[in-house]
Design a protein around this ligand. Structure first.
Ligand code: ATP
Ligand code: MG
Length: 594
């Protein structure tokens, strides 16, 4: 059956939607693939739905091929399982919670570890039943703080999530590897340019965890790579801490007047003017910058957290977010400083000098009892210029381990181009990506919390070990659009195009319309998926819409028809060739099935 554009439920738009920040969002809306229903919530129109189903089918085929079985859970879920794993609370504001008419608590599933675990517990009880991998392609709900870029970060989105169940660690490794290979095939078939990077295991405490990132400047994730093959999301980079140094005979920490030096730049300038070093100038890396955050826990509790980092580095917001999750680190306001007079804004430091002696000011040891964590570079023996906790005053030669002890290490400073890879494999380079998939060895956390055990070979009850694996299915529609679109519209790869060929009847006259119609029918009979632009519209409108809608190939039946010719256009390259009408079907079938 051919689809006629005159009948298709679609309107292309001449104007960009006001909220579109990225090209894929702009074109998916303008080409009539999706419509916004609410922030981060989209309606799929016929063209968009065709692409979504193609992505789903690729994912489904590869999951089935690796031996996983498809199931489908509801999106509306009871509270209890999520209470048992603490995620009812830990998910914080990202969880859509609701009540039924009897006052019972429900949620819209953000991910389904709990439900899969309970389902397997419900049905299976022996090691003989395992290994098992089950999956679903289903709608997820997350009340994202920043829904963004159309389908890329929605509050309702389609995910493929699968879960593996094994009796032992070797089984989990095998299930993880099978998923990894399936994901490689999926993202290859989607035609994405992607990298596999080490990911953050986070609070779930699992071991192996990797993300598949589509390389894209529009991505929200930053990853690093080294020439020696190291690849990680910046969130997951643990820098190699330098060796402890011998502070030797460094003088005691002493206070220096540094008026008007509330910033690192001002401080370095003042230091070089007032107390220059003999061997080299002071730099920002000699200073210890102490940044105050308010840590807000999922249950609403909050506490101050101070992070000490070398002054030449900023704190990376995403690394911080990942490191403190499920708590959130909020910046502190002026009234927080007002409420804590011992925190002198611009002059905070781990140590104060009292009666000529250095005493610890921050951390569990200090009088404030405020949590103080330092960058891994702040190893024992390193000396710093840092705030004296007195306005317009800094301390020089504050030595870590000698003058103060932090409560722990927090590795959240920015990673920069050229920084050494933690495994010694060369300098890192940074790029951005869109997280398309995540594979993750969960281990026994969920099985333990929900009591999923099976009898092993010796008749002993053992806790099952699990993996959790996600693919952003609706996100993939946007990511592929983002990677392939140009200044004129969408440009689908063949595997994801809603139609193989768009046939355009351009020019007046019954003959052209009839020839276009016949060609469309012949292409359809040859097995191609055909969209026929049979509208009473000008050639200019039809050409522009074909470019916006982005079918990989279009055929123009128009002026050339008098000579028995049609024009075949390649959307991605812009190449055009004239082909005899009589050979058009063979030519197009060869293109599409190449
Ligand atoms: P992100 O860091 O982008 O928020 P995540 O770590 O929360 O992703 P997972 O919980 O691992 O993601 O979900 C599995 C997959 O689902 C992700 O790899 C991504 O492709 C997709 N996904 C996650 N959140 C969204 C969203 N808000 N909109 C669309 N797709 C999403
Ligand atoms: Mg997320």
């Amino acid at each position: 059956m051919i689809t006629r554009l005159s009948q298709l439920f679609v309107r292309t738009l001449r104007e960009d939607p006001a909220d579109a920040e990225v090209a894929s969002h702009r074109w998916l809306v303008r080409a009539g693939y999706i419509r916004r229903t609410a922030p981060g919530i989209y309606t799929w129109l016929p063209l968009g739905l065709r692409v979504l189903k193609l992505v789903e089918e690729i994912v489904r085929e590869e999951m089935d091929a690796m031996g996983a079985q498809e199931v489908r859970f509801p999106a509306l879920l009871p509270r209890e399982p999520y209470e048992a794993t603490h995620r009812w609370t830990e998910y914080g504001q990202n969880l859509f919670r609701l009540k039924d008419r009897k006052g019972g608590d429900y949620l819209l599933g953000p991910t389904h570890e709990e439900m899969f675990t309970l389902l397997v517990k419900d049905l299976y009880s022996s090691y003989k039943d395992l290994p098992l991998s089950i999956y679903q392609i289903q709608t997820k709900y997350r009340d994202e703080a920043r829904p963004r870029a159309g389908l890329l970060r929605g509050r309702e989105f389609v995910m493929k999530d699968s879960y593996s169940f094994d009796v032992d660690d070797a089984g989990l490794d095998a299930s993880y590897e099978a998923h990894r290979q399936a994901y490689i095939r999926i993202f290859d078939r989607l035609g994405l340019d992607y990298v596999i990077v080490k990911a953050m295991s986070g609070a779930m405490g699992g071991s192996a965890s990797e993300e598949f990132l589509a390389i894209s400047a529009s991505g929200e994730d930053t990853f690093v790579r080294s020439p020696g093959g190291y690849a990680a999301n910046v969130e997951a980079v643990s820098i190699a801490a330098p060796a402890t140094v011998d502070a030797g005979d460094l003088p005691a920490a002493r206070a220096v007047d540094t008026p008007g030096t509330g910033t690192i730049v001002e401080l370095v300038a003042a230091a070089n003017a007032a107390f220059p070093r003999a061997d080299r100038p002071w730099t920002a890396a000699d200073t210890l910058k102490n940044v105050v955050f308010k840590l807000v826990h999922p249950d609403g509790r909050s506490e101050l957290l101070i992070v000490g980092v070398p002054g030449d580095r900023d704190i990376d917001a995403k690394r911080l977010e990942a490191a403190v999750s499920p708590a959130e680190a909020a910046p502190v306001a002026d009234d927080d400083f007002a409420a804590n007079p011992a925190l002198v804004k611009g002059y905070i430091g781990p140590v104060s000098v009292v009666d000529g002696a250095a005493v610890q000011h921050l951390g569990a040891e200090g009088p404030l009892k405020v949590r103080y964590l330092t960058d891994p570079r702040v190893v024992p023996g390193t000396a710093w210029i840092t705030g004296a906790n007195v306005i317009d005053t800094h301390l020089v030669d504050v030595v870590a381990g000698r003058d103060f002890t932090a409560d722990g290490v927090l590795d959240v400073a920015e990673i920069r181009d050229g920084d050494p890879a933690p495994d010694g494999s060369g300098p890192l380079s940074l790029a951005r990506g869109i997280e398309m998939g995540h594979i993750f060895q969960l281990g026994r956390k969920y099985a333990e919390a929900l009591g999923l055990k099976v009898l092993d070979q010796n008749g002993k009850l053992v806790t099952v070990t699990m993996g959790s694996y996600g693919v952003g299915v609706s996100r993939a529609v946007a990511a592929v659009a983002e990677a392939t679109c140009d200044d004129h519209g969408l440009a689908w790869p063949r595997a994801l195009a809603p139609f193989d060929v768009q046939v355009l009847a351009t020019g007046k006259g019954e003959e052209i319309a009839a020839a276009a119609e016949q060609l469309a029918l012949d292409l359809d009979a040859a097995g191609l998926r055909v969209l026929l632009d049979d509208r009473k519209a000008s050639p200019g409108v039809k050409f522009a819409d074909a470019e916006i809608m982005g079918m990989p190939t279009s055929v123009v039946v128009g002026r050339g028809l008098v000579d028995g010719l049609v024009e075949v256009r390649d959307r991605a390259s812009g190449d055009r060739v004239e082909v005899p009408l009589a050979e058009a079907v063979g030519h197009l079938v060869a293109l599409v099935t190449a």
